[in-house]
Design a binder for this molecule. Structure first.
Ligand SMILES: Nc1nc2c(c(=O)[nH]1)N[C@H]1C(S)=C(S)[C@@H](COP(=O)(O)O)O[C@H]1N2
Ligand SMILES: [Mo]
Length: 386
């Protein structure tokens, strides 16, 4: 038995033209995915310099929907791209120390590129289905490896630019139907480059359409592979149930009191007392980090109106604590720009009915243009930060 050689794998479609074209589409999709992903990390924990506020109301819905959609679109493209260059794994290293070193360096950079891109797509997809078969924390890992991936992609593009340029030059007629790569390895009956490219782009589009209905309402019915189909109590999907969060007992306790705290001042309010305060109704989206989103009509008390009860300025940063006893997202922080907006509610009702227990009864936070994970349910305390 001998090790295979590059020539053993020749398929009619393979070659720099296919690789460059799939690579270009992949680069665009991955680029959008990277930028929207970085935006999401910023929204999660807005630094002072970032211009992130309650408007545009649906911005996060768009950026995160795009993030997940482009990530899914990348999967078939990456697979076809790997297929197109796979035989080169068996290229024999060149002779001569200098060329060998360069070769090793190039191979190493490609290994980093492939590993980090695969890591991003796999962890992203598993996060969408909420399966975490690993022990690291998803968000910091997904963010850190994103920088490795985008860095190695930029290096890769820079190195390959001359080849890519060449392949986008007009084809010479030697190629006949333009389907081959000019290496003379064409086989009759095998799919040509155009067919493979069309299949890759088609698969990418189909994968996207089959899932994007979780954020695009009019595609909901065709998106049969969407993880959330847009249904749930009161017409809204549930991210985590009250039972899963260990919030049932506290949330259904008749003695429930919301606490609003500002320094030494503390006001407690029953749900009936909250309902007796001036109510506001707004249509606002829940935009989950995992890609699904849905607009709904919420009614409740503006957080800034609650702050008034303890003499705190409307432009205060507020720490929100929930009654949940299990799992992450028990706490969130509302930056002052969001608190100031009268549409930032402690919601009591959804679609004109008292909140379902799984949507955060007795009360939950809903603010415009925020990641879903920060729309804290089963709220017990609002505390003005010093
Ligand atoms: N206390 C608490 N609030 C929470 C969560 C949670 O796990 N615990 N999940 C968040 C996430 S990830 C999302 S997307 C929204 C979803 O709200 P819904 O389940 O009412 O649709 O709630 C958020 N609020
Ligand atoms: Mo979420």
């Amino acid at each position: 038995m001998r090790l295979p050689r590059v020539e053993d794998f020749e398929a009619r479609a393979r070659g720099p033209r296919l690789t460059a074209r799939v690579g270009t589409w992949l680069g665009v999709a991955f680029g959008v995915c990277f930028l929207t992903g970085m935006w999401s990390h910023l929204q999660y924990d807005p630094p002072a310099w970032a211009p992130i506020g309650p408007r545009p109301t649906s911005l996060y819905r768009w950026t995160q929907g795009l993030h997940v959609a482009t990530g899914i679109a990348c999967v078939p493209l990456l697979l076809v791209k790997l297929w197109s260059v796979f035989p080169r794994l068996f290229a024999r290293p060149p002779a001569g120390l200098r060329r060998l070193a360069l070769h090793a360096l190039e191979r190493w950079s490609i290994a980093v590129l492939v590993a980090s891109a695969l890591f991003q797509l796999v962890t992203g997809l598993l996060n969408v289905v909420q399966w975490y078969p690993w022990s690291f924390s998803f968000r910091p890992a997904h963010e850190a490896v994103a920088w490795v991936a985008i860095g190695s992609i930029l290096v890769h593009v820079a190195v390959k630019l001359p080849v890519v340029r060449q392949t986008f030059a007009p084809e010479d007629t030697e190629d006949g139907d333009g389907d081959g790569d000019g290496t003379g390895a064409e086989r009759a009956g095998a799919p040509g480059r155009r067919a493979v490219l069309a299949t890759a782009l088609g698969a990418s589009a189909v994968a996207t359409v089959l899932t994007v209905g979780q954020s695009v309402p009019w595609l909901r019915r065709v998106s049969v592979l969407a993880v959330r189909d847009g249904t749930g109590p009161q017409g809204l999907p549930i991210n985590r149930t009250a039972r899963a969060a260990g919030a049932v007992d506290a949330a259904t306790d008749a003695d429930f009191r919301l606490e609003v705290v500002h320094g030494d001042r503390r006001v407690t309010l029953s749900r009936a007392e909250l309902a007796a305060l001036p109510q506001r109704t707004h249509r606002l989206p829940i935009a989950c980090v995992e890609g699904w989103s849905r607009s709904a009509t919420w009614t409740g008390v503006a957080v800034r109106d609650l702050l008034e009860l303890v003499g705190a300025p409307a432009a205060s940063t507020v720490r929100v604590t929930s009654m949940q006893t299990r799992g992450a997202f028990a706490r969130s922080e509302l930056p002052a720009v969001f608190v100031e907006d009268h549409r930032t509610l402690l919601a009591l009702e959804l679609e004109g009915e008292p909140l379902d227990l799984d949507h955060g009864f007795p009360c939950r936070i809903i603010a415009p243009n925020r990641p879903g994970v920060l729309q804290t349910k089963w709220v017990r305390t609002l505390e003005v930060r010093a």
